[in-house]
Design a protein around this ligand. Structure first.
Ligand SMILES: [Zn+2]
Length: 497
């Protein structure tokens, strides 16, 4: 109607027409959003579009209701306004490789540790199902105060399982043959895991059976390359995410066939070693040799296969670099221990008392090679996801994800690519890219408001002004208070109060 009137006026009296249209537009465009809040004049960093300056973002309920340039989306002063000038809005971050089950005392505080560091979603890559399910359910019940948790349940391992609960925690299920692998995988499917994780001691036949179930159920299959196989084979069967780039190097050498035969021979395990010892022996016999003898053509062929199958790579650079380079001895890392609950802090400090600054050169070469490979993968446009393996290796939950992003950039990714590994890529991995991972209209409002531009320096993702979880605006004062409560051991689930 309005358009119609202004159309008539503009034909008969062009000048008045323009004037009136201008008036109408300016009145119309000052909008009041009831029951919402508006982040005004903020610089948005979108994984797809990069930096967009001067944007108004309206959040209502748990969604981004509207988003528009300051000049185009005009806000009525009646709105609840959060001044966004000189601040940067990015999607909430994911840590795509965590283990709640590893330290159950610390796990009570992990949701708050993640959230107070801007981690709004995590992917748990191994723990007993009933335990992990309770953590996931708790997160689902409190979406405004807990990070989203996606779970694999236990690792599905072979006859000599590595994490069998003797020395290492019981993160895995032992499956002695194909029949048991199928039965256990089917059970996890029925229980409702978000993805599956296959482990190193499986036979090719067991792995293939698990991969077939994952494909049938349209579940992602994460894992390590089983030592009885080579990476290109595992990926062609459906290993669509690889953790730690584990065992890639074993195929990247000229004589990979004979190395595979030697591994299979060792896997017969005539001396009946534990899975943990057996795996360690095989790694000792082959890993370093392989990294020292990478054949460029074979290596490139592996990257091409990963790319062809669009297999997500979670290099977990921190779990290599922090212990190997002894980053945990550096003051900035030690300071992060202050974020931990006291019992964990004391435990970590105590176990680090005897550490020296001697770096194992072979391990260092391996860590450097993993970073180089991560850079090569980024160049080849292989999808990467940022994950840490926290709380293993003295990696403080939440804090360490920001370090992982720094290592991504150190490995050759641009700052925007690094951000994408912790935002859009995991959303795509879980097929949630239509609702999560971008700063976009109708998307879930999981966001971080930063004081500085992380595209200039990635470490600035640490400089948090506020975290928005499921639309809930949690300001810096509340985040600081939360961290204080955790470190003083005052809160078990402070955000719920
Ligand atoms: Zn792990």
């Amino acid at each position: 109607m309005l358009q119609c009137i202004s159309g008539i006026i503009s034909t008969k009296y062009p000048f008045y027409g323009f004037l009136m249209m201008g008036l109408l537009l300016s009145c119309r465009s000052e909008i009041y959003f009831e029951g919402a809040y508006c982040i005004k004049n903020v610089d948005v960093i979108d994984p797809l579009e990069g930096l967009k300056k001067g944007v108004n973002v309206v959040v209502k309920g748990n969604k981004i209701l509207r988003i528009g340039k300051v000049g185009e989306l005009k806000l009525s002063p009646k709105n609840v306004i959060i001044e966004g000038k000189d601040k940067y809005l990015i999607p909430g971050l994911w840590d795509s490789h965590v283990h709640f089950y590893f330290d159950q005392q610390l796990a009570l505080h992990m949701p708050e540790l993640f959230l107070s560091n801007g981690i709004t979603s995590v992917r748990d890559t191994g723990g007993a199902f009933h335990y992990m399910d309770s953590i996931r359910q708790n997160a689902l019940m409190h979406p405004k105060t807990h990070p989203r948790v996606k779970i694999a349940g236990p690792l599905i391992d072979g006859n000599f399982n590595v994490y069998d609960g003797s020395v290492l925690p019981e993160l895995s299920i032992r499956t002695r043959d194909v029949r048991e692998s199928i039965a256990e995988t089917e059970k996890l499917v029925v229980k409702g895991v978000d993805f599956l994780k296959a482990y190193e001691m499986l036979s090719p036949e067991q792995f293939e059976a698990i991969a077939a179930i994952a494909a049938r159920e349209k579940l992602r299959l994460a894992g390590h390359v089983p030592l009885s196989m080579e990476i290109t084979h595992a990926i062609s069967l459906g290993l669509n995410s690889l953790e730690h780039i584990k065992n890639l190097e074993l195929e990247a050498v000229k004589n990979s066939d004979s190395m595979l035969l030697a591994r299979r021979d060792m896997l017969h395990n005539k001396s009946l070693l534990s899975g943990r010892q057996l795996r360690a022996n095989i790694h000792r016999a082959q890993k370093q040799f392989a990294v020292d003898h990478i054949a460029p053509y074979t290596y490139q062929n592996i990257l091409d296969t990963i790319k062809k199958y669009n297999s997500y790579q979670v290099p977990t650079l921190s779990i290599y670099k922090v212990p190997i380079y002894k980053i945990f001895r550096e003051p900035f890392w030690r300071k992060s221990f202050e974020l931990l609950p006291k019992t964990t802090r004391d435990q970590w400090e105590k176990s680090l008392l005897g550490s020296n600054d001697k770096i194992n050169q072979a391990q260092k070469a391996f860590s450097d090679w993993i970073q180089k490979t991560t850079g090569a993968m980024a160049k080849a446009e292989i999808p990467l996801m940022a994950g840490t393996d926290t709380p293993l290796g003295y990696l403080t939950p939440g804090f360490s994800l920001h370090y992982e992003l720094e290592l991504m950039v150190e490995s050759g990714l641009t700052e925007l690519q690094a951000l994408t590994t912790a935002t859009l890529q995991p959303a795509k991995y879980f097929r949630m890219e239509d609702s999560l991972g971008l700063v976009k209209k109708d998307y879930i409002a999981d966001l971080i408001l930063l004081n500085e531009n992380p595209l200039e320096e990635i470490a600035r993702t640490r400089d948090i002004y506020a975290v928005i979880k499921d639309g809930n605006f949690i300001d810096k004062a509340r985040l600081d208070q939360l961290q204080k409560e955790i470190s003083e051991g005052l809160s078990v689930s402070a955000l719920d109060q």
